[in-house]
Design a protein around this ligand. Structure first.
Ligand code: ATP
Length: 263
């Protein structure tokens, strides 16, 4: 039989087992186990402070004091070979205010794909990334003159430049109006469907959960549940993921009380 790929198709993009992270003197992620399937959008949802950003930092390899197993695209998280295969957008847009949108992208493109011979390819990639995030009309505007939502989209365009296999996006839709939010989610779906990208997207807005293929619901440093939105609704008998989440929180609290009383 022909071997089309060196990796089995079922190998997940991210695999975590007993993943624990300590920040300062606090254990902020506690023995997490989960997988993120390839070519799908996985939503990381949970209240502020539950550990979403910490988990994303661990996946991209920028978090210290990580123990347990955390494999990303078949390598241990943080492996140097993963740098160009992962796009990461933090909550704080990382753009140069005194450069235009295009100059920002040109700068990062030159780092990713240096040399004169690559000039045409860089130009095409930059133009495509600007169009992807719907900023073509602002390509020559200084980043410092853009709105918060537009600046976040410049950061997203930078992450899209190298056509990464895994995109890790920390609350990418915060501060965006409903039309832009819808368009961005459409882009995420296109990236997964047409380019086969894997997306790990955090949000604390539960209605965004319905737009994901797969969910990881977090609370207080633990994964409360994972599965498709439909499976989570069915399992809890809820109409929405938000109600499902609240029922799971109540279930977990009741289980903790029972455990406590039987000690
Ligand atoms: N440098 C630090 N030292 C100690 N604790 C920290 C540090 N940074 C974050 N934490 C704690 O780690 C926990 C998880 O933070 P994290 O930023 O991962 O949460 P989050 O779910 O992404 O929150 P948000 O949605 O508000 O961004 C929080 O309780 C936070 O107080």
């Amino acid at each position: 039989m022909m071997n089309y790929s060196s990796r089995p198709p079922e190998e997940p993009a991210v695999h975590a087992q007993d993943l624990t992270v300590v920040r300062g003197s606090r254990t902020v992620l506690r023995g997490l186990g989960f997988t993120v399937p390839r070519g799908r959008i996985t939503g990381l949802l949970g209240p502020s402070g539950c550990g979403k950003s910490t988990l994303m930092r661990a996946v991209v390899g920028t978090q210290a004091k990580v123990t347990g197993t955390l494999d990303v695209l078949g390598r241990p998280a943080g492996h140097p070979s993963l740098r160009t295969r992962i796009g990461y957008v933090t909550q704080a847009p990382s753009v140069y205010d005194d450069l235009t949108v295009r100059q920002n992208l040109d700068y990062f493109a030159a780092i990713l794909d240096p040399g004169r011979a690559a000039a045409d390819r860089r130009h095409d990639n930059v133009t495509r990334a600007i169009a992807d995030v719907d900023l073509t009309g602002h390509a020559d505007a200084l980043a410092g003159t853009l709105s918060g939502g537009q600046r976040s989209r410049v950061s997203l365009a930078v992450a899209l430049l190298g056509a990464p296999e895994l995109l890790v996006l920390d609350e990418p839709t915060v501060g965006l109006d409903p039309v832009l939010r819808r368009d961005l989610w459409q882009l995420f779906h296109d990236l997964a469907a047409e380019r086969g990208a894997t997306l790990l997207v955090s949000s604390h807005v539960m209605d965004e959960a319905e737009r994901c293929h797969q969910l990881l619901l977090m609370r207080a440093g633990e994964v409360l549940a994972d599965g498709t939105p439909e499976a989570l609704r069915t399992r809890t008998g809820a109409d929405t993921v938000e109600t499902a989440f609240l029922r799971l929180v109540d279930e977990a609290a009741a289980a903790a009380r029972t455990k406590e009383s039987t000690r």
